[in-house]
Design a protein around this ligand. Structure first.
Ligand SMILES: [Ca+2]
Ligand SMILES: [Ca+2]
Length: 631
């Protein structure tokens, strides 16, 4: 029998038995509660599909008697598949060793497909604009529809969607990719500004004193950050707006949330009128809007697991969480122990805060112990991290797909004895967004078997010790592949069998002057570069291949390969497997003695990135993929 307590994460994360087997063992003495948000009622007992509850125990919107149901170790709360549950769930009980409390959104035995936990509410009652005047003079008025909101939402947490199609606060100039609305691409350069004004005779030309009431600005200013500020006054004669910020060295800006910015399908504007709020939208599809409405986010977090132990959350779609001035979270674990978050789709979140640099996350672990975040798909969360762990001990982030996050894909801070393994992180191009970051006093971290592509800065490390980077493909399409940031010295970093490559042969960028006690072996690296070259004496270099012909070699076992076509099957198609005859084949050393097997006994180090046995042919290859002889 699997043991999840003192033996801890070693067995938990090895996942020898699925959770259903755990539940089956305990089933005789435990219960299944059925939740059907569409067909259930809080007057029911919940213990059969016919007597399903509407709300889950722990939802603040549930009837008092539902929230008084004490969930017990071994209980399962089964949500009806295919049903959209509009609510937030605060897990209010703990399971026990071998008997977790399980929240299940896709058991296959109740409803069809996944249950959806949704942070939004539908806005209906849409009407077509009947004149330009009704649309604030907008020449596109024939495409614009409007509706009253039942309660106000803040512009940056409104997070409007038409079904699965994202809408965004109207912006001028139009953002290049509205998902990354806070990027400065296409912003206007600031010519004249103070800490709280912008003067622009090209843009602020309207004679009406109320021309920019309700508008917001995204302003880039020191320290290289996007600030969201509200327009508070407008002086037509001076072509100047005053805003709520107090900014140093503003460099570029965009205007938002004005009908003057509404130029394209997907954009919307929120206006306060007569004590109510009206939304104007140029819909993706007008017929669909009139039939099914659009959604705005009303809740900030899907599942909150605070101070609980032995809880499993699995099989859900968790979407559209965003609230005013809150860090958005699909799943938030705080002060939780022995928590598993598995096989969920966490998507369409957005971050509601306008100030500060704190961001939300699809899945956030705060002060967690023995937490497993496994096989989730965390996708399209704006201004959010994919998976944020800060701080934690024995946290395993494994097998997740993290795609299109607005901020860092997977971020560990103040975390120890933890793993980031077997994840795919891609399409990660937000402001200051690295794909995987290990920062602020992390220690004993395994980064292995991850595939990062189409990302700014696939891996960045700062102020952390004993970080083991093994068998990863870390490819950037924009910039450096690995950043060793400044701070205290980097100590005992181990890089084995990685591909570390950015455009123009960028590789590992070292800001820090002191990188010491580190080992780089069997890697394919674009080059080392940066403000402080890593030096060869206090670090060990063996059997690395560099693609930059200017790269100096640290050790006689290393080589330069000027053309990546000699190494890979088809790098132009992003196929970085080694081709037959590649100088990387059988050119590595056996580094198995360096693997941190004692610290991570459940990880199989003897496989390459494809899961094949590491040793093929007479010797180990360089890079993450072992070439199969004869192929
Ligand atoms: Ca626009
Ligand atoms: Ca080989």
């Amino acid at each position: 029998m699997i043991a999840i307590g003192r033996i801890g994460l070693i067995l938990l994360s090895s996942c020898l038995l699925p959770a259903t087997a755990l539940m089956a063992d305990a089933a005789a003495s435990t219960r299944t509660f059925y939740v059907d948000f569409e067909g259930g009622s809080d007057d029911n007992g919940g213990l059969s599909p016919q007597a399903a509850l509407k709300h889950c125990p722990g939802d603040p919107a549930a009837a008092a008697k539902v929230n008084e149901i004490p969930l017990q170790p071994g209980d399962t709360v089964l949500f009806k598949g295919g049903v959209t549950y509009r609510g937030s769930i605060v897990v209010n009980s703990s399971g026990a060793e071998e008997s977790p409390i399980t929240f299940d959104g896709n058991s296959g035995r109740y409803g069809q497909g996944r249950a959806v936990i949704d942070g939004s509410e539908i806005v209906s009652g849409w009407q077509a604009c009947k004149s330009a005047e009704e649309a604030g003079g907008n020449p596109n008025w024939k495409n614009i529809y409007w509706a009253w909101l039942s309660a106000p939402v803040a512009p940056f947490s409104s997070n409007m969607y038409q079904g699965e199609k994202m809408c965004w606060l109207a912006q001028d100039p139009n953002p290049r990719d509205p998902f990354y609305q806070d990027r400065s691409d296409g912003h206007r350069k600031i010519v004249q500004a103070t800490a709280n004004t912008i003067t622009d005779p090209q843009v602020f030309t309207q004679p009406e004193a109320d021309a920019w009431v309700g508008a917001w600005l995204i302003v880039y200013a020191d320290p290289n950050y996007a600030y969201f500020v509200k327009v508070t006054a407008y002086d037509p004669a001076a072509h100047r707006v005053t805003h709520s910020g107090n900014l140093t060295n503003p460099t570029s800006y965009a205007v938002l949330n004005s009908l003057r910015c509404l130029h394209t399908a997907g954009e919307y504007v929120l206006r306060d009128e007569q004590g109510r709020q009206r939304v104007f939208l140029w819909p993706h599809a007008a017929e669909e809007l009139l039939k099914t409405g659009a959604s705005v986010s009303r809740r900030g977090t899907g599942f909150i697991v605070a101070g609980r132990r032995h809880v499993v959350i699995q099989g859900f779609t968790i979407q559209k969480f965003c609230a005013d001035e809150q860090a958005a979270m699909g799943v938030q674990v705080s002060k939780g122990e022995f928590i598993t978050v598995r096989d969920n789709d966490v998507r369409f979140g957005n971050h509601g805060r306008t100030g500060g640099v704190a961001h939300g996350a699809g899945i956030g672990v705060y002060d967690g112990r023995d937490v497993l975040v496994e096989n989730n798909r965390v996708c399209e969360n704006r201004r959010c991290c994919g998976i944020l762990v800060h701080p934690a001990k024995r946290c395993v982030v494994r097998g997740n797909l993290v795609r299109k996050s607005g901020y860092v894909g997977i971020w560990l801070m103040r975390t120890a004895q933890s793993q980031v393994v077997g994840n795919t992180v891609t399409d990660n191009h937000g402001v200051h967004s690295n794909a995987i970051s290990i920062y602020v006093d992390c220690a004993d971290i395994l980064i292995a078997g991850n595939r990062v592509s189409h990302a700014d800065r696939p891996l960045t490390l700062q102020d952390s010790d004993n970080v083991f980077v093994i068998n990863n493909s870390l490819v950037s399409d924009t910039t450096l592949a690995v950043g060793l940031w400044s701070g205290r010295p980097h100590r005992n970093l181990l890089f084995l069998n990685n591909l570390i490559l950015g455009p123009a042969n960028q590789g590992i960028y070292a800001v820090n002057k002191v990188v010491t006690g580190c080992t780089f072996e069997n890697n394919i690296i674009g080059s080392f570069f940066g403000e402080a070259a890593i030096e060869g004496k206090t670090n060990k270099f063996r059997n690395n291949i560099y693609l930059d012909p200017r790269q100096g070699l640290f050790d006689a076992s290393e080589k330069k390969v000027a053309d990546d076509k000699d190494l890979f099957v088809a790098s132009e198609k992003e196929d970085y497997h080694l081709k037959a005859g590649s100088p990387a084949v059988d050119a590595g050393a056996d580094v198995s003695g360096l693997y941190p097997k004692a610290a991570f006994p459940d990880y199989d180090f003897d496989k390459d990135l494809d899961g094949r046995p590491r040793m093929q042919g007479p010797a180990v290859d360089i890079g993450p993929y072992e070439h199969v002889p004869g192929k």
